[in-house]
Design a protein around this ligand. Sequence first.
Ligand SMILES: Cc1cc2nc3c(=O)[nH]c(=O)nc-3n(C[C@H](O)[C@H](O)[C@H](O)COP(=O)(O)OP(=O)(O)OC[C@H]3O[C@@H](n4cnc5c(N)ncnc54)[C@H](O)[C@@H]3O)c2cc1C
Length: 377
Amino acid sequence: MRVIVVGGGVVGCSVAWHLAPHATVVVLEAGAEPGAEATAQNAGMVRRMGEDPAERGLAIRTAEWLADAPPAFHAASRVTGAVLGLGHDKWHLHDAASHLRARGVEVHACDRPADLAPVLAGSDLPFAWWLPAERVADPAALVRGFLSAPVEVRVNTPVLSLARRAGRVVGVQTAQGVLEADAVVLAAGAWSGVLGQRALMPVRRSIAQTEPHDLATDEHPWVWLDDVGVYARPRDGAWLVSSCDEVPETPPVGPGSTGPASPEAMALTQARLSRWLPTLGTPALAQMWSGLRTFAADRRPMLGEDEDAPGLWWAAGLGGFGVTCCVGVGEVVAQGLLGAPVDYISHDWVRPSRPLPTRWPVRHSGAVHEARLAPAV
Ligand SMILES: Cc1cc2nc3c(=O)[nH]c(=O)nc-3n(C[C@H](O)[C@H](O)[C@H](O)COP(=O)(O)OP(=O)(O)OC[C@H]3O[C@@H](n4cnc5c(N)ncnc54)[C@H](O)[C@@H]3O)c2cc1C
């Protein structure tokens, strides 16, 4: 079987890695190198405690695999522990806690979060979930690991459109001509919706790295205050911080999705850190940028064969959890293509042709309970 994977981000590379033992795989990447778009913009937190059961299923599988990964991936992730803090609604994520515990993941409820991690000292945060085995990942190292498989990667090769014959996708159109394949996997991140003609919405988020900070050690847990809308993750002796803002960016996007940070989002980040993580105060920001997280309207990934376009397989809509779920996504799509579907998520939850709302919930302020509907696109 010959498979073309469109997009050399962490998701496309994972699909390629999982298919490599069974198929001839060609990854077509529009950019000059793999992994330079959302894969290079993110905070690298592997977060199993998400809101959605499909996302959690993929995340649990990914974390389990990373814990016992092949040697090519040994530098790609490590355990730090994580604090999922709640400033307003201590009942948020109880269903997620039950799901994770049923799958053997250690989750503790904590009424004194200030004791959990040095960066929380002095905080009056009333509640947190503590996950001692949570990880961070290095997306560039994941991409290198996935591409250690025998797959062909062609950079500077944008796919212009899908090639169709008799209602079936039979390959892709490039500037060099049509490349045919038995299956095409669409893993083009923010560009997937336009190429595959399904509604996905890229949403821009701003993020920053602080000046070096004493508490930002490699072992320090990451801290994410879900219902406040702020996180802090130690990286390279500083903190990666964001107010979790979301600004819809209706297609077409790019080329190139990395943008400047929003000054309003950065001010909000500093205000929230100063309120909830007083040890950080109002940290000086050394670098700032923004990137795209791309969602379906129900915020679930789009995975598997397109019933309306046989031959086209989706690996898209990974929103803010593409690093968290990359191994599971690669496995789900590859196993589907090989006719041996996995049993840890329901295909119905993620199939591309599932009924979807026509308007998107967007969390402009970054707080989960402050979602508003974006106009239909
Ligand atoms: C600020 C920010 C913070 C985040 N934090 C986290 C986090 O902590 N944890 C987490 O799990 N996730 C996080 N994410 C989300 C995560 O980065 C994404 O879900 C993930 O990178 C998606 O990977 P991808 O491979 O689908 O997309 P991408 O990395 O965007 O890759 C898609 C690739 O397809 C290529 N491409 C596009 N169109 C074409 C074409 N026509 N032909 C050929 N190639 C094409 C692009 O050049 C690109 O390389 C964050 C995202 C952002 C922006």
